[in-house]
Design a protein around this ligand. Structure first.
Ligand SMILES: CC(C)(COP(=O)(O)OP(=O)(O)OC[C@H]1O[C@@H](n2cnc3c(N)ncnc32)[C@H](O)[C@@H]1OP(=O)(O)O)[C@@H](O)C(=O)NCCC(=O)NCCS
Length: 170
C-alpha cells in the first residue's frame, strides 16, 4: 500500500467551455457552476492521492476575481496540498483561455477539503503528502493553520487547541 505521495502525483487538469446554459442573464458563468466544476476536479485529485471514495467536507477561500464569459475556455488545475488522518486539503487554480485569441489568464483559486470514506461512509486513513518544491512546502505548512481555522469555524476545534494558528498573532 502507498504510504506517501508528492502533490504532483495528485495533479488534475480539467477543461470546460462556457455554454449558454452555464451563464447568468449577463452572459457570465454562474458561480455555482464553477463551484461544481471545481468540486469534481478536486475530487479527482483527492482520489488520486488515496484511491478511495472521497466526499466534500468543506469549501474555503474561494474568490471570484473576474467574470468568466460565454464561450471562454475554463481550465481548472488541482492538487492535494496536505493530508491529515482521513482528510485532504486540495488547492485549485482556475484559468481562462480566450477562445478567439488563445490568451490565458488566471482568474481564481480555492481550497476544498475532502474526506476518504469506506463503503459505510465512515472516515478512513489516507497516505501522507510529502512536499518537494518551495511552493508545495508553503502550501503544506499553511494547510495546518487553514485546517485549524476551518475546524474552529465549524465548531469542531477549540481555539485554545489551534497552536499554529495562534502563533501567527503572537
Ligand atoms: C465529512 C464527514 C465524512 C466527516 O465525518 P465525521 O463523522 O464528522 O467525522 P470526524 O469528525 O471524525 O471527521 C473526519 C475528518 O473530517 C474532517 N472534517 C469534519 N468536518 C470538517 C469541516 N467542516 N471542515 C474540514 N474538515 C472537516 C475532520 O477534521 C476529520 O479529519 P481528519 O480525519 O483528517 O482528522 C461527514 O461529515 C460527511 O459524510 N459529510 C457529508 C459529506 C458530503 O456528503 N459531501 C457532499 C455534500 S453535498
Amino acid at each position: 500500500m502507498v504510504t506517501s505521495r508528492n502533490p504532483k502525483e495528485t495533479f488534475a487538469s480539467t477543461t470546460r467551455i462556457v455554454m449558454p446554459n452555464d451563464t447568468n442573464t449577463l452572459g457570465n458563468l454562474m458561480g455555482g457552476n464553477l463551484l461544481n466544476w471545481m468540486d469534481v476536479a478536486a475530487a479527482i485529485s483527492a482520489n488520486r492521492h488515496c484511491r478511495r471514495v472521497v466526499v466534500t467536507a468543506a469549501v474555503n477561500n474561494v474568490s471570484f476575481d473576474r467574470p468568466i464569459r460565454l464561450a471562454d475556455i475554463v481550465i481548472i488545475e488541482s492538487e492535494v496540498t496536505r493530508s491529515f488522518n482521513s482528510s485532504m486539503e486540495v488547492y485549485l487554480e482556475v484559468f481562462i483561455e480566450d477562445s478567439a485569441t488563445g490568451e490565458r489568464s488566471r482568474c481564481n483559486e480555492a481550497m476544498y477539503t475532502f474526506v476518504a470514506v469506506d463503503q459505510l461512509g465512515a472516515p478512513i486513513g489516507v497516505p501522507e503528502i510529502v512536499p518537494v518544491s518551495a511552493d508545495e512546502k508553503d502550501r503544506f505548512d499553511g494547510a495546518l493553520r487553514r485546517r485549524q481555522l476551518r475546524l474552529i469555524l465549524a465548531g469542531k476545534m477549540k481555539p485554545s487547541d489551534a497552536t499554529e494558528l495562534k502563533a501567527l498573532f503572537e
